[in-house]
Design a protein around this ligand. Structure first.
Ligand code: NAD
Length: 279
């Protein structure tokens, strides 16, 4: 599966580069993503650096800025108004996420976390959707797994993964259960599922005795345990189920989905201004 994922990553990268070069020739500059780090959030440093490097490879300028809460608010508001900024991503402590993401101009909210974009998702309308759930859909497509009518279990109900994924899988006609830290019968629910997506941030939470033979298990978790990256699923699950790897699974696509959102938003803007749908 790792090879298939790598191959798809190359395809996506090629597609994004092509689109970026079209957009760049149209607007006479590279697309610009503003990354705003607010307050102390050391866990985001590695991610921001990797976004910066990937941006360089794809032809996107990633501008890294940071500040305290008041400065962060100002940076977002300036970014919203600045025509030279095409997308904004906010890195902050989880407890501040709702506040800062509600400040984002919806068309620049490439993480799809503003009330507008999430509202559109609930309404079943086109919008910028959160990147990690989009990466899960990418895996489903890659493995040709059709969720229609399937019993799906999502473990985790966060704003960035579990909740939006629930809505996206619902659009694909799955029958979904969302489990969380207060769920009592996780094993029973998991044994009854044909698709399990685990996004709990608990290394090895899903164990082999919780899955049936042949279940598709998508591991979103990224946990650092004794310096090593571990998923939310015990690797032994892979002996019974079809299990996506960590690292090298869902995480492979997340940054690309973010940049795809940037392109989507820019295309809309350009098409809106020129009426040209051939971009
Ligand atoms: P979060 O802490 O915001 O949410 C975790 C969710 O899991 C909560 O809803 C909680 O109720 C639930 N949960 C916790 N313990 C549980 C248990 N024992 N049983 C059932 N549910 C339980 O985390 P998040 O931001 O959604 O991230 C989840 C994981 O996904 C983390 O490991 C994170 O690093 C990873 N992640 C990966 C990517 C990627 O691109 N691969 C992107 C985002 C997050």
């Amino acid at each position: 599966m790792k090879d298939k994922i790598k191959e798809r990553k190359k395809e996506i990268s090629r597609r994004i580069k092509e689109e970026i070069s079209l957009i760049t020739s149209k607007i006479k500059r590279a697309p610009v993503l503003l990354s705003v780090k607010i307050g102390e959030d050391p866990s985001s440093d590695v991610y921001r650096k990797s976004l910066f490097r990937l941006g360089q490879k794809l032809g996107i300028e990633v501008v890294l800025r940071e500040g305290d809460e008041a400065q962060g608010k100002k940076l977002i508001e300036e970014g919203n108004r600045d025509n030279g900024i095409d997308g904004i991503i906010v890195h902050c402590l989880r407890e501040n996420l709702l506040y800062f993401t509600q400040l984002l101009a919806p068309e620049k909210d490439v993480e799809g976390l503003s009330p507008w974009n999430l509202g559109k998702l609930i309404r079943g309308e086109d919008a910028l959707y959160p990147a990690t759930p989009l990466s899960v859909l990418e895996i489903l497509d890659l493995l040709k797994f059709d969720p229609v009518g399937k019993r799906a279990l999502i473990i985790g109900r966060s704003l960035i993964v579990g909740k939006p994924l629930f809505l996206l899988l619902l659009r694909r006609h799955a029958t979904i259960t969302v489990a969380h830290s207060k769920t009592r019968n996780l094993k029973e629910l998991a044994l009854n599922s044909e698709l399990i997506v685990v996004a709990a941030g608990r290394a090895g939470l899903l164990k082999p005795d919780m899955v049936r033979e042949g279940t598709l298990v998508i591991d979103v978790g990224i946990n650092v345990v004794k310096g090593e990256i571990k998923g939310d699923v015990d690797p032994a699950v892979g002996e019974k189920a079809i299990l996506t790897p960590v690292p090298g699974g869902v995480g492979t696509f997340t940054s690309y989905m973010l940049f795809s959102n940037l392109i989507k938003s820019m295309r809309r803007k350009i098409e809106g201004e020129t009426g040209n749908s051939a971009i």
